[in-house]
Design a binder for this molecule. Structure first.
Ligand SMILES: [Fe+2]
Length: 114
Protein backbone atom coordinates (compact mmCIF):
# COMPACT_ATOMS: atom_id res chain seq x y z
CA UNK A 1 0.00 0.00 0.00
CA UNK A 2 1.24 3.49 -0.80
CA UNK A 3 1.91 5.90 2.02
CA UNK A 4 2.88 8.95 0.02
CA UNK A 5 1.51 11.63 -2.24
CA UNK A 6 -2.19 12.29 -2.45
CA UNK A 7 -2.94 9.19 -0.43
CA UNK A 8 -0.91 10.43 2.54
CA UNK A 9 -3.10 13.50 2.75
CA UNK A 10 -6.09 11.27 3.36
CA UNK A 11 -4.54 9.38 6.24
CA UNK A 12 -6.15 9.80 9.61
CA UNK A 13 -9.80 9.69 10.45
CA UNK A 14 -11.42 10.94 7.28
CA UNK A 15 -12.68 7.49 6.28
CA UNK A 16 -15.58 8.28 8.59
CA UNK A 17 -18.52 10.30 7.40
CA UNK A 18 -20.27 10.06 10.72
CA UNK A 19 -18.85 10.70 14.21
CA UNK A 20 -16.55 7.74 14.95
CA UNK A 21 -17.81 7.60 18.54
CA UNK A 22 -21.30 6.83 17.24
CA UNK A 23 -20.13 4.01 14.97
CA UNK A 24 -19.85 0.40 16.11
CA UNK A 25 -16.47 -1.31 16.14
CA UNK A 26 -17.63 -3.46 13.21
CA UNK A 27 -18.61 -0.41 11.15
CA UNK A 28 -15.29 1.29 11.91
CA UNK A 29 -13.40 -1.85 10.87
CA UNK A 30 -15.36 -2.01 7.62
CA UNK A 31 -14.65 1.69 7.02
CA UNK A 32 -10.93 1.06 7.42
CA UNK A 33 -11.02 -1.86 5.01
CA UNK A 34 -13.09 0.10 2.50
CA UNK A 35 -10.48 2.88 2.70
CA UNK A 36 -7.75 0.27 2.18
CA UNK A 37 -9.60 -1.23 -0.78
CA UNK A 38 -9.77 2.20 -2.41
CA UNK A 39 -6.08 2.83 -1.74
CA UNK A 40 -5.06 -0.54 -3.18
CA UNK A 41 -7.08 0.16 -6.33
CA UNK A 42 -5.41 3.57 -6.62
CA UNK A 43 -1.97 1.97 -6.22
CA UNK A 44 -2.78 -0.55 -8.96
CA UNK A 45 -3.74 2.33 -11.24
CA UNK A 46 -0.63 4.34 -10.41
CA UNK A 47 1.63 1.37 -11.14
CA UNK A 48 -0.28 0.76 -14.35
CA UNK A 49 0.52 4.28 -15.50
CA UNK A 50 4.15 4.18 -14.33
CA UNK A 51 4.80 0.85 -16.02
CA UNK A 52 3.26 2.11 -19.25
CA UNK A 53 5.69 5.05 -19.49
CA UNK A 54 8.87 3.57 -17.94
CA UNK A 55 11.59 2.89 -20.52
CA UNK A 56 13.92 0.89 -18.26
CA UNK A 57 12.92 -2.80 -18.33
CA UNK A 58 14.41 -3.55 -14.91
CA UNK A 59 12.48 -0.67 -13.36
CA UNK A 60 9.32 -1.88 -15.11
CA UNK A 61 9.87 -5.39 -13.70
CA UNK A 62 10.20 -4.02 -10.16
CA UNK A 63 7.05 -1.96 -10.52
CA UNK A 64 5.19 -4.92 -12.01
CA UNK A 65 6.22 -7.00 -9.02
CA UNK A 66 5.00 -4.29 -6.67
CA UNK A 67 1.73 -4.00 -8.57
CA UNK A 68 1.23 -7.74 -8.13
CA UNK A 69 1.38 -7.18 -4.37
CA UNK A 70 -1.34 -4.56 -4.68
CA UNK A 71 -3.55 -7.06 -6.54
CA UNK A 72 -3.21 -9.38 -3.56
CA UNK A 73 -3.93 -6.62 -1.05
CA UNK A 74 -6.99 -5.51 -3.00
CA UNK A 75 -8.26 -9.09 -3.15
CA UNK A 76 -7.80 -9.67 0.59
CA UNK A 77 -9.53 -6.39 1.45
CA UNK A 78 -12.41 -7.22 -0.86
CA UNK A 79 -12.80 -10.76 0.47
CA UNK A 80 -12.84 -9.48 4.07
CA UNK A 81 -15.55 -6.97 3.23
CA UNK A 82 -17.66 -9.44 1.28
CA UNK A 83 -17.58 -11.94 4.14
CA UNK A 84 -18.93 -9.27 6.47
CA UNK A 85 -21.41 -7.68 4.07
CA UNK A 86 -23.49 -10.60 2.76
CA UNK A 87 -25.75 -8.55 0.48
CA UNK A 88 -22.69 -7.13 -1.27
CA UNK A 89 -21.27 -10.63 -1.59
CA UNK A 90 -24.56 -11.97 -2.94
CA UNK A 91 -24.69 -9.29 -5.62
CA UNK A 92 -21.05 -9.67 -6.64
CA UNK A 93 -21.39 -13.45 -6.99
CA UNK A 94 -23.75 -12.72 -9.87
CA UNK A 95 -21.41 -10.22 -11.54
CA UNK A 96 -17.81 -11.34 -10.99
CA UNK A 97 -16.13 -14.06 -13.04
CA UNK A 98 -19.20 -14.48 -15.23
CA UNK A 99 -18.63 -14.66 -18.97
CA UNK A 100 -20.69 -12.42 -21.23
CA UNK A 101 -22.24 -8.99 -20.90
CA UNK A 102 -21.10 -7.25 -17.71
CA UNK A 103 -23.91 -4.69 -17.75
CA UNK A 104 -26.51 -7.41 -18.20
CA UNK A 105 -25.05 -9.36 -15.27
CA UNK A 106 -25.14 -6.19 -13.18
CA UNK A 107 -28.77 -5.55 -13.95
CA UNK A 108 -29.65 -9.20 -13.26
CA UNK A 109 -27.76 -9.09 -9.96
CA UNK A 110 -29.57 -5.93 -8.92
CA UNK A 111 -32.93 -7.54 -9.68
CA UNK A 112 -32.02 -10.75 -7.85
CA UNK A 113 -30.84 -9.02 -4.68
CA UNK A 114 -33.68 -6.48 -4.47
FE1 LIG B 1 -0.93 -2.49 -0.93
Amino acid sequence: MFRSGRYANRMGFDQYHEPASELSQETRTRARLIASLTEEAEAIGWYDQRISVEKDSEARAIMANAQQEEFKHFGMDLEFLLRRMPKWQEELKLILFQPGDIVKHGEQAEDAVD
